[in-house]
Design a protein around this ligand. Structure first.
Ligand code: UDX
Ligand code: ADP
Length: 475
């Protein structure tokens, strides 16, 4: 393979939460590279090219990086074929959701988007290229991409490199600027190693060399799934203990602090919550489970599957606690849902606990006031419709349920005169809910269900407020 060691033309396919911020940071740190991000969704590309306040992805610090690079060495384009042809390096950052039909439904990763992408690259390319697998994919995907490229191209050589993304949404720019590590997996052949070096050279512009790990392709692919599985496992572990705290009178925050102080355990990712969300954890663990089953490792599969089951349990448990406390006819009661994003500082709601919990409440005919500072009401509606549909409700039933939902664009109106305030996302503005103000305008007893443990129970001791949190409320 003729790899140009000075390859400076990068194309990224997929202008989403991964592709957009990642390419923006590479562009800002590598002014000598030209980077073009393409997408089949032309509206998304228009938004990336438009007003900085309306970028399709919300991330603190993103608009500043886009402002500094867009039109200089960072471009967003709909002309996918042209950009594929011109690039020396192609990053694949397309979506890899869980399969909803066919073999492995509900568990295996749907590689349709990756495969389509590979076919297009093969068809359009006129020169040798390095293909970088950025999207999280099951191990063996690089092999699959290789097969597709070989089958569809005419004597052009492609080298596949796996370079998984470890950024977390909400802190993407910081994570990209100061990564714990960069992982680059490649074939162990001379051309594979050369391709790996080309990708390592990009990151060396700003990442210290001792943080750049090179491995074989399979290790790199598995490490991404394994990292997410370990992180999610910590949350499910602490959430499982939060249930025990709620029953026994122990306080999960104290327990979390006590165990996290052991340096072998560490204090990160031990915050009890309504359950983890996001586009990665559930999908990647299911992917791992599917892989283990494929190899006949049923005990290993079950071990990891339990992480997902506890997460589901936690969401059900939270909905049930709200229903138990509200007790009387729920159809006459209104619950304020504060937060739709799966965590703060993002407009992403994929797999957000809010969706499941709100659907559970709607199914019981509760009335909901929904507010999130970043997620649009059209997206909330779409999420609800999809979730209720998956639970077997007809469109007619869903429309009736949606009549019970009201959307708000500010917190104050959304919590006025409601029976329960349920905090789902840890947005900073929810930390300062003014209980005294609410007490003044309502005659009812206010019930607060703090799904993120962000309020200080000491500040809300009042005869007019009933407060429950996660893992600190025996009732
Ligand atoms: C995750 C990984 O952190 C990242 O490395 C990978 O590249 C992609 O998946 P992300 O999904 O963006 O990132 O967010 P993360 O910060 O990991 O949070 C995931 C979920 O766990 C959120 O819903 C969050 O609120 C929840 N969480 C996190 C907890 O409930 N408790 C915690 O202690 C930490
Ligand atoms: P992620 O969080 O992994 O970045 P997103 O869904 O935010 O996921 O982004 C993936 C993007 O990839 C979407 O904007 C989607 O339109 C785009 N995409 C998917 N398949 C293709 C394809 N074959 N060609 C170009 N873009 C694609």
């Amino acid at each position: 393979m003729k790899i140009k060691m000075k390859s400076k033309n990068i194309c990224c396919i997929g202008a989403g939460y991964v592709g957009g911020p990642t390419m923006a940071v590479i562009a800002s740190k590598c002014p000598n590279y030209k980077i073009t991000v393409v997408d089949i969704d032309s509206k998304r590309i228009d938004l990336w090219n438009g007003d900085l306040h309306r970028l399709p992805v919300y991330e603190p610090g993103l608009k500043e990086v886009i402002d500094a690079t867009r039109g200089k060495n960072l471009f967003f384009s709909n002309d996918i074929d042209k950009e594929i042809r011109q690039a020396d390096i192609i990053f694949m950052a397309v979506n890899t959701p869980t399969k909803t039909e066919g073999k492995g439904k509900g568990m295996a990763t749907d590689l349709r988007f990756v495969e389509k992408c590979a076919e297009r690259i093969a068809k359009m390319s006129l020169s040798d290229k390095i293909i970088v697998e950025k999207s999280t994919a099951p191990i063996g995907t690089a092999k699959r991409i290789k097969e597709i490229l070989k089958l569809n191209s005419k004597n052009i050589k492609f080298e596949i490199v796996s370079n998984p993304e470890f950024l977390a949404e909400g802190t993407a720019i910081n994570d990209l600027l100061y990564p714990d590590r960069i992982l680059v997996g490649s074939d162990e052949t001379p051309s594979g190693k050369m391709a790996s070096k080309v990708i390592v050279d990009i990151y060396k512009h700003w990442v210290p060399e001792n943080k750049i790990i090179t491995t074989n392709l399979w290790s790199s692919e598995l490490s991404k799934l394994a990292s997410n599985a370990f992180l999610a496992q910590r949350i499910s572990s602490i959430n499982s203990l939060s249930a025990l705290c709620d029953e026994s009178g122990a306080n999960i925050k104290e327990v979390s602090r006590a165990i996290g102080s052991d340096s072998r355990i560490g204090d990160k990712f031990l915050e009890a919550s309504v359950g983890f969300g996001g586009s990665c954890f559930k999908k990647d663990i299911l992917n791992l489970v599917y892989l283990c089953k494929f190899y006949g490792l049923n005990e290993v599969a079950e071990y990891w599957h339990q992480v997902i089951k506890i997460n589901q349990f936690q969401k059900e448990r939270f909905s049930q606690r709200i229903l138990t406390i509200l007790d009387s006819d729920i159809s006459n009661q209104t619950i304020s849902i504060l937060g739709w994003a799966f965590k703060k500082n993002t407009n992403d709601s994929r797999e957000s606990a809010s969706i499941d919990i709100s659907s559970n409440l709607l199914k019981k005919d509760a009335n909901l006031n929904i507010y999130d500072p970043m997620v649009k009401s059209s997206k909330v509606k779409k999420d609800l419709v999809e979730n209720l549909k998956n639970q077997g409700l007809s469109m007619k039933e869903i429309d009736t349920k949606l009549l019970r939902v009201r959307f708000f664009d500010n917190i104050n109106d959304s919590i006025k005169n409601t029976d329960c305030i349920a905090i789902m996302t840890e947005w900073d503005e929810f930390k300062n809910i003014n209980i005294d103000e609410i007490s003044k305008v309502t005659s009812k007893k206010i019930f607060i269900a703090d799904g993120r443990n962000i309020l200080n129970p000491k500040n809300i001791e009042s005869s007019k407020v009933k407060y429950i949190s996660v893992g600190n409320s025996k009732f």
